[in-house]
Design a protein around this ligand. Structure first.
Ligand code: FES
Length: 386
């Protein structure tokens, strides 16, 4: 019999990952590779935390819906005919067929298998030929609901119906990004989804890593955001998100070959905003990159101990897409961002291989990796209290 590695001593040893950065060490490598740890993490983190699933603007009309999957649970996110947002299981309460796929607009969900029909809020409205079934009450059947909250136009869901609200824990992040006016920012198309062979934390750490910024990405597409200009504001212990401010070498820096904004700048930004890039992480699912002209949002979904999916979406200032040259300007950004992300993804894949090695250790941090300590401070108490 294989003994568990999740001992009291293991959890106690995690204390060294939340020391001041000068003294701290990384999480144990097996937290990124191990099936038992991933199953533990599902309960310690994903069953109780708010998880971002998309943008409200993707459900602007009554009847609009999209599907997603969180830790293997197929979900539907919809706007019902009264205009309320809903989150519910996609699993038919008859014999477990999924009642919806993809995205679209509907008056309800008809299970393709035997045509049980559910309303947009999950209530069963029809079950054909169930009239002879004893003690079957249609009114008692519904697609199980999840808790739902919106924050800055993002939709978050929670499997834990007793979970406290999200917004109070994100006050500091909301204040830091307020001038970007997320709610009125315009989405560019639909987010792009990709699957990756590495642990969700490898992705999350990479999304807000100031240390690698002008090393891995050395060159004209990134040098104007030097690692040496990274700073990490101190936030309360119970914060639901954390920040990196990264000063730039010139105002309105942008990820494109001109190094300058090619789209309209968000109208309410201060000079300070325009001389930095803000990186914000809302674990365990949402990373934000804010430049003067664009908000890039990254929604990470853990899909296994060594796999994840990520949606990448873009928000721009109101009216930016009205410019006839918008597509060409956007192409300048996406071409550069694509090259930078390809460098990140190559590293992420090889980091995952390294983490599996017998020679992988708990490493030490540079001061430029403050966001990694902030993630540890969010994770370790959840691991230790489960
Ligand atoms: Fe859905 Fe039978 S499984 S109606």
């Amino acid at each position: 019999m294989v003994s568990s590695r999740l001992t009291d001593a293991f959890f106690k040893d995690l204390d060294t990952s939340i020391l001041p950065i000068e003294d701290a060490e990384t999480l144990p490598p097996f937290c990124y590779t191990d099936e038992e740890f991933y199953n533990f993490e599902k309960e310690a983190v994903f069953n109780h935390e708010w998880i971002c699933v998309g943008r409200e603007s993707q459900l602007s009309e009554p009847g609009a819906y999209f599907t997603t999957s969180i830790i293997g649970e197929p979900l539907i996110i919809s706007r019902d005919l009264k205009g309320e947002l809903r989150a519910m299981s996609a699993v038919c309460q008859h014999r477990a067929m999924l009642v919806a796929e993809g995205h679209g607009n509907a008056r309800g969900f008809v299970c393709p298998y035997h045509h049980w029909t559910y309303s947009l809020d999950g209530a069963l409205t029809n079950g054909p030929a169930m009239d002879k079934t004893c003690d079957f009450k249609k009114s008692e059947v519904r697609l199980p609901a999840l808790k739902l909250e919106t924050w800055l136009g993002f939709i978050f869901v929670n499997f834990d119906l007793e979970a406290p609200p999200l917004a109070p824990k994100l006050k500091y992040v909301a204040d830091a990004v307020e001038r970007y006016d997320f709610v009125n920012a315009e989405e560019v198309g639909r987010p792009m989804t990709s699957e990756f062979p590495w642990n969700w934390k490898v992705m999350f750490e990479n999304n807000n890593d100031g240390y690698h910024a002008n090393r891995l990405h050395q060159g004209p597409l990134h040098d104007f955001i030097p690692s040496a200009k990274a700073s990490f504001p101190e936030l309360p212990d119970d914060t639901g998100g954390y920040l990196r401010y990264n000063g730039t070498l010139h105002p309105d820096a942008s990820f494109n070959a001109t190094q300058k904004a090619v789209l309209p700048v968000f109208p309410n930004l201060t000079d300070e905003d325009r001389n930095q890039v803000i990186f914000a992480n809302i674990p365990p699912s949402l990373s934000l990159v804010l430049t003067s002209e664009m908000i890039i949002y990254l929604i990470v979904r853990a899909t296994g101990p060594e796999t994840n999916e990520m949606d990448v979406g873009e928000l721009v200032a109101p009216g930016a897409q009205d410019d006839p040259s918008f597509e060409h300007r956007l192409e300048l950004i996406n071409s550069a961002a694509g090259k930078i992300m390809a460098q990140d993804q190559h590293v992420d894949e090889l980091v995952q291989l390294g983490l599996r090695s017998r020679f992988a250790v708990r490493g030490r941090y540079s001061w430029q990796e403050g966001a990694q300590i902030d993630l540890n401070k969010w994770l370790v108490p959840r691991y230790q209290s489960s």
